[in-house]
Design a protein around this ligand. Sequence first.
Ligand SMILES: *Cc1c(COP(=O)(O)O)cnc(C)c1O
Length: 431
Amino acid sequence: MINKKSVELFKTANTLFPGGVNSPVRAFKSVGGTPVFIKRGKGSRIWDADDNEYIDFCCSWGPLILGHANDKVIEKISETIVNGTSFGAPTELENKLAELIISNHDYLEKIRFVSSGTEAVMSAIRLARGVTGKDKIIKFDGCYHGHVDSLLVNAGSGLATFGTSSSAGVPESFANETIVLPLNDIMAVKETLKKYANKIAAIIIEPVPANNGLLLQSKEFLFCLQCLCKTYGVLLIFDEVISGFRIGFSGAAGLYGIKPDIITFGKIIGGGLPVGAYGGSSEIMSNIAPQGNVYQAGTLSGNPVAMAAGLEQLSQCLQPGFYDKINSLCKYFTDSLNEFSLSKNYPFKMFAMGSIFWMAFSTQEEINAASQIDAASMEYFKKLYHFLLEQGIYFGPSGYEVGFISAAHSQADIDEAIVKIKMGLDFVFEK
Ligand SMILES: *Cc1c(COP(=O)(O)O)cnc(C)c1O
């Protein structure tokens, strides 16, 4: 594979950006080599600066559930943009997107648009603190919630209950407001709430944890979280920045039939443009300024061009059979490869939920906590990654990241990928 232009561009980028990128995982640190610079995308395919073509399973890390440059999304963006890009005043498009979401989502009465998933989570945490008058939050090891200060926190060592920051620049006093617990362990939650409930504002969880492998949780665990939250006067926040509008229109909340107090969104909601949102009942949301006293604002919030893109994308998601189609394609993809891997006795297993999948280099039947992931197995991913890149298959460049099937992926795309991944697995394990 010729990657001359990408190499040159990355060299220049390194003189301009820390690590040559504007978001860390793009730098290929965990797989090694030079990131491919993307020039163009259409449907399931992307092309890099050297004109290599790939089937894309990263899909911009999730937002592109319709694939790249969907004709109608582009049309709506174009129609809207000629009338101006931003006003800092209300527009009808905000109403339209909110109406579409609220009338089709099972658990929302009011929402607020922001510009990223991180911003949505940060605001949701402030709202929970404002509503409860309490400061501490519980998060789970293996869940990612954006780069919010108080959530860049690791579990404390040993019996220490309060977290330690996982990034320089996060004051220990902030990290101390966060308690980190293992996923899928209801006793740990119960005991923590028993001790500290009078200090805890919220429990935040990715109901389908998809940022550190795909750590599927039992419905019972999520259901018990909700019950415990009710018992102890703690708010439950579902961070559905990935799972929202992905695991069906009502996300994981809809799938599991659990109504959290606050839900956060990002990724898919903006049709590929920068949008986030958080929402819940009218009562809870009434605490947000200017109606209430929890302050939160944004110059570009509800941006009309982004609203138009989100509106078109979510409208397409609501077409009958939309989710069935991508979900069954994903199931076919992962079932086929799991069957192959089993027949060859390879330590490789794909996990899936809806149209999200994860390739684990493991023989474990289930992986539902961060501690079950073997860091050494990432060496296999690295080998497979570069083999597949050469073959024209693009994944997010880290073995801890999930992949996505979009509505633009065809049966033929999936079959092509299956053949190449099988070759890749033979290459990785038979050497
Ligand atoms: C991507 C993600 C975020 C952060 O969203 P950004 O738009 O990158 O700020 C937060 N939470 C979850 C669950 C995510 O997947």
